[in-house]
Design a protein around this ligand. Structure first.
Ligand SMILES: [Fe+2]
Length: 296
């Protein structure tokens, strides 16, 4: 299987209060504002032009997940494969001016992806300001009714590769060309987004996150801990628009593109979800955000 996707590109979220969403991403995660107008805002945490796009809207929901391909040919191949499987291609016009070429399609369970050519590296590497300042946006975890079928669809259309899965397919982790243990995770549930994730530099950032949330009279939802699958440090919080944000560090890197998929234990084994022992609270388990589509 050829990996057509290199890495997570960006996440586009509809928010009811654009100014508050921007202020939250700056003050807590420490993202940097690139552009802000009456209806949109773009933020990044590194040289890449944009990692999070907020759209002013009537509900808090997911518009699209940007997946970065290395070339226009890879974008075209994804569009061809999506059409061949009978999936809806919603647009072949890039959602951002800085993107050269893209194809936006809906999965058979309604997850919306914009597969796009690389985001330009046209922003400063370092910047002043509040918050933790992550390294990059690194993965998303989606929910799907039929995770096994969805993973097959993502493999077929996007070339994503299963790194690890539960025997029951309750949770599946898929990687892209950059070798991160997962760029897209799947969990059984109502189709939608469970969380998106910023990559932190080291464990000290997790302490600062706890303190920054505390100083704002907010709290961590789960963590810090270390996931079994992916071996990554984690902590989760809810942003001001009600999206679950993971912060992560030290995720396993898979150097061998042909490494066979790993079949791991089930949810009753705490070593899979948190090697340090604390299981997720109900609030984390039940969290859900819908996809609404690119026209809303
Ligand atoms: Fe995650």
């Amino acid at each position: 299987m050829t990996t057509l996707i290199y890495r997570l590109g960006y996440i586009a979220l509809n928010v009811t209060d654009l100014d508050v969403a921007v202020a939250d991403a700056q003050a807590i995660a420490g993202a940097r504002l690139v552009h802000h107008d009456a209806d949109h805002a773009m933020l990044t945490s590194n040289k890449r032009h944009c990692e999070v796009v907020f759209h002013r809207a009537t509900s808090n929901a997911v518009r699209a997940i940007g997946l970065e391909a290395k070339s226009a040919a890879a974008v075209d191949e994804v569009a061809k494969r999506a059409k061949a499987r009978g999936l809806r291609v919603l647009s072949e016009t890039p959602s951002l001016k800085v993107i050269e070429r893209s194809a936006t399609f809906a999965s058979s369970e309604g997850h919306i992806f914009e597969v796009h050519t690389p985001m330009p590296d046209d922003q400063p590497s370092r910047y002043a300001g509040p918050g933790i300042k992550p390294r990059c946006l690194d993965h998303v975890n989606l929910a799907a009714v039929d995770t096994k079928a969805m993973a097959e669809e993502f493999a077929d259309v996007l070339g994503l590769v299963v790194t690890e899965r539960m025997k029951t397919y309750e949770l599946i982790w898929m990687r892209a060309g950059d070798g991160r243990h997962h760029t897209v995770g799947l969990a059984k549930g109502k189709p939608g987004l469970h969380h998106y994730s910023w990559e932190f530099g080291d464990f000290g950032d997790f302490k600062r996150l706890g303190d920054v949330l505390d100083a704002s009279d907010r709290r961590l939802i789960w963590g810090p801990g270390r996931h079994g699958a992916g071996d990554n440090l984690f902590a989760y919080y809810l942003d001001s628009s009600g999206f679950m944000v993971e912060t992560t560090s030290e995720m396993e890197y898979i150097a061998d593109p042909n490494r066979p998929e790993k079949v791991t234990g089930d949810l009753s084994n705490y070593k899979v979800v948190n090697r340090w022992g604390a299981l997720p609270p109900q609030e984390w388990i039940e969290h859900h955000n819908d996809f609404v589509g690119i026209d809303q």
